[in-house]
Design a protein around this ligand. Structure first.
Ligand code: AMP
Length: 482
């Protein structure tokens, strides 16, 4: 079953072919036709299911098939509202790819970058605007954008927009649109709040659902390890070395924690970068590009910042801090094991984390077993603290490295370990990590003084600091087979 059964125009079909797609994903198979027919639609699909093309393809077709007259003026005729700037970027890329044989103009409008360029682009006109709520509202308030002729509205990742506290912004934006329009709403979950939003803004919508969001892909092997609260960083360094992890996404609950983890990994000789909403757009892009190109072995991210990460071939996802929302667990681990490749998801569970583990169990409907990480012996707290103390404060006679700091039984310490002394963990082929230096020690916790989580209902600063997306499981993606 190909794309030509929908009645998409030849130009759009050529764009699909150029993108390399031959078979519609389930959400595309269900959503494209009703959107082409002009119906409102609620699409329940998790990220990575191909939902972008599910709305972009029929949107392009509908805009392009209108009279040239209308197109010439480049009035905003379609508006896509999405929670994060990275998503806005990705959607714009998708529009450029699928629409390359059309003459429609699309621009993206998001926060964290200067207004100037956006103003210039808006003055030149655009058929499609892809925007994050905050910046779009700024433009509306300054009257630098005219949404009075919008015919199609897409609310992308509606659940995330609500989670991130955008509800009022979205209401005001929709209030500025003509009531006569087609509205599409995509969401990974259809919570009562999303339903309420749909009831308010959509008319007699068709509802389509694709993908079982509670089940992680079968290609992902899940592991849960008890972790000492104080020595989690040692466990992380150990695990990366022990399993020769090649391309690792580590989740921290807080921005500050993400920075600390990354610094600590760097000191252990593991190339690493952190991304979170306090980083500028260009810093985040650089980190992501570096990770994609393999310049960094590890990317440490907060949930919000990780949402746009569309990187193929992530071998391991490590929940350094267990997610407090069970849904996030699915989102996080879905970054690996894509496109039929195998992947490992590792979750560190500290003693205080039991309740969150239970929540994940309930959510995915499966009993999870907690194990000790083979070959890892946590440091006793006092030794751990001595080990972490700056060299200047250590008692005379102690060196700067861990070897002199009373670390017990670490024949398999991360920087010395080629393989753990155990069985049962998968051994991945690939580059051993570059760890040569002994860890210098820095306490890396998830809470603490600066331990504010990168919160779902946080201030604007973190609202627009988000990423979201995952590739379609049938898409590209490097395959790793055990
Ligand atoms: P999305 O869920 O829209 O972010 O899409 C995730 C990934 O799936 C992107 O990398 C798309 O390029 C890819 N994709 C979307 N539709 C298809 C398709 N029909 N065939 C293959 N790959 C696709």
């Amino acid at each position: 079953m190909g794309f030509n059964k929908f009645g998409l125009s030849d130009h759009v079909l050529k764009g699909v072919t150029a993108a390399g797609y031959t078979t519609p994903t389930p959400i595309q198979a269900l959503a494209i036709r009703p959107v082409l027919e002009g119906r409102d639609l609620i699409g329940c699909a998790q990220t990575g299911t191909g939902k972008t093309a599910a709305f972009v393809l029929p949107l392009l077709h509908r805009l392009a098939s209108e009279g040239v007259q209308q197109a010439r003026g480049h009035h905003v005729r379609a508006l896509v509202v999405t929670p994060t700037r990275e998503l806005a970027h990705q959607i714009q890329d998708a529009v450029a790819t699928y629409g390359r044989f059309l003459t429609l103009r699309a621009i993206s409008v998001y926060g964290g970058v200067s207004m100037e360029n956006q103003l210039k682009q808006l003055r030149r006109g655009a058929d499609i605007v892809i925007a994050t709520p905050g910046r779009l509202l700024d433009h509306l308030q300054r009257a630098t954008i005219d949404l009075s002729r919008v015919q199609m509205l897409v609310l992308d990742e509606a659940d995330r927009m609500l989670d991130m506290g955008f509800i009022n912004d979205v209401r005001r934006i929709v209030g500025a649109l003509p009531p006569e329009r087609q509205t599409l709403l995509f969401s990974a979950t259809i919570s009562p709040e999303v339903r309420e939003l749909a009831k308010r803004f959509l008319r007699n919508p068709e509802m389509v659902e694709a993908g079982e969001r509670r089940n992680p892909a079968e290609t992902i092997t899940q592991h849960f390890y008890s972790a000492p609260k104080e020595g989690k960083i040692d466990l992380l360094v150990h695990a990366i070395a022990a399993e020769h992890m090649e391309s690792v996404l580590v989740f921290s609950r807080t921005k500050h924690g993400a920075d600390k983890i990354s610094r600590r990994l760097e000191r252990s000789g593991i190339r690493s970068m952190a991304i979170h909403s306090n980083r500028t757009q260009s810093q985040r892009q650089r980190a992501l590009d570096g990770f994609k190109q393999g310049s960094f072995q590890v990317l440490v991210a907060t949930d919000i910042a990780a949402r746009g990460i569309d990187v193929e071939g992530i071998s391991h996802v490590i929940n350094y801090d267990i997610p407090h929302y069970a849904e996030d667990y699915i989102h996080r681990i879905g970054r690996t094991g894509r496109a039929g490749a195998s992947g490992d998801a590792i979750t560190f569970v500290a003693r205080d984390d039991q309740q969150h583990l239970r929540k994940i169990e309930q959510f995915i409907g499966k009993k999870l077993s907690l194990k000790s990480y083979p070959g890892f012996t946590p440091l006793p707290v006092e030794a751990s603290q001595a080990h972490r103390a700056p060299a200047a404060h250590r008692p005379a006679g102690q060196g700067s490295g861990p070897a002199q700091s009373g670390r017990p039984q670490h024949a398999d310490r991360p920087h010395q370990t080629a393989r753990p002394q155990h069985s049962g963990r998968p051994q991945h082929s690939g580059k051993p990590h570059a760890s040569g230096k002994p860890p210098q020690g820095e306490k890396t916790g998830s809470g603490g003084r600066h331990g504010k989580p990168e919160h779902r209902r946080g201030p604007r600063e973190s609202k627009e600091g988000a990423w979201s997306n995952q590739p379609y499981h049938g898409g590209r993606g490097r395959k790793r087979h055990r």
